[in-house]
Design a binder for this molecule. Structure first.
Ligand code: NAP
Length: 283
């Protein structure tokens, strides 16, 4: 069965391709990418696939039986872009779609749901057998800025005592592999999150423990936190969005204790301490 992976040159997509190569024939994997030049090192067939070029999508899906649609990164454009992909999948006769959505989409204040929900609806209404992976927060969303934390001696945020049930990106990649390689997941919507939840104060304490440095958690009102992010060079609308996601976390919207992810992948999710350790090993 030929499997197409969109966003294959992104961080999640690369992990999925790497793991899928261990499980299936390399010749059955197709990387669907914006820039085929970036896909040379993937070691699989690569076809041009830009969500913004609807006229090319169905042709690139020729012969693809199952499709992993990894959500795009262009905030505000994604519902339209993903609809282009679902329409092309219908035209091309794709037999199964797996979509990476957002934890508790439909019942969350996380603004990202505004784009994931219409995509889920488009996938379901397409009539193509589907599995929806509602991915929770990547732990790396926090550790990506660990150098700034070390420099400032503080984690900044607006999540107050809200708990993050995050998991490593690799855990979510493995969940995608499971549903792509097993036949029993059609029609399922999985809420995927890490086994252990933590507050940002506990995250700061973990960094302090591993480095021996004094790292505090500085909880700020959302507008102030957005200003801090802007001062680090983020565009205003992204800074406001990130601060808003923290406010959602403070309401419990990034918490989940269903353990669906670990049940699906058959092992515990990667602990916070390990992701922090990996991030610190770069210094
Ligand atoms: N759960 C979470 O905490 C979390 C965090 C961040 C993001 N996400 C979502 O999960 C997705 C995968 O995460 P990631 O870490 O792999 O993100 P990433 O490294 O930013 O990868 C995003 C991928 O989407 C591709 N893409 C963007 N716009 C596209 C377009 N118009 N047409 C075709 N491909 C397009 C990018 O292509 P290029 O390689 O050409 O740039 C890239 O391969 C993200 O795109 C985002 O929707 C989730």
């Amino acid at each position: 069965m030929k499997t197409g992976i969109t966003g294959a040159t992104g961080q999640l997509g690369r992990l999925v391709i790497g793991k899928l190569k261990e499980k299936t024939e390399v010749g059955s994997i197709v990387a669907l990418v914006r820039n085929t030049g970036k896909a040379k090192d993937l070691g699989v067939e690569a076809r041009e696939f830009d969500y913004d070029k609807p006229e090319l999508l169905a042709e690139s899906l020729k012969g693809i039986e199952q499709l992993l649609l990894i959500s795009g990164s262009d905030l505000g454009q994604r519902a339209r872009q993903h609809a282009n992909v679902v329409n092309a999948a219908k035209l091309a006769g794709v037999k199964k779609i797996v979509y990476t959505s957002l934890l508790h989409t439909g019942n969350t204040t996380v603004s990202l749901a505004e784009e994931h929900l219409p995509t889920e609806e488009a996938v379901i209404e397409s009539g193509i057998p589907y599995t929806i992976l509602r991915d929770g927060w990547y732990t790396e969303n926090h550790t990506n800025s660990i150098s700034g934390v070390l420099a400032a001696g503080a984690v900044f945020g607006s999540a107050a005592g809200g708990k993050f049930s995050s998991a490593a990106r690799a855990d979510f990649a493995e969940a995608a592999i499971v549903v792509l390689t097993e036949a029993v997941h059609d029609g399922k919507i999985y809420e995927l999150a890490g086994d252990a939840a933590y507050t940002l104060a506990e995250y700061a304490a973990e960094i302090a423990k591993q480095t021996g440095k004094n790292i505090i958690y500085n909880n700020l009102p959302a507008a102030e936190y957005a200003k801090v992010l802007e001062s680090f060079g983020l565009p205003g609308f992204i800074a406001e969005a990130i601060a808003g996601w923290d406010v959602s976390a403070s309401k419990g919207d990034l918490f989940d204790d269903s353990h669906t992810l670990s049940k699906l992948i058959g092992r515990p999710t990667t602990p916070l301490s390990e992701v922090v350790k990996n991030a610190l090993s770069a210094f």
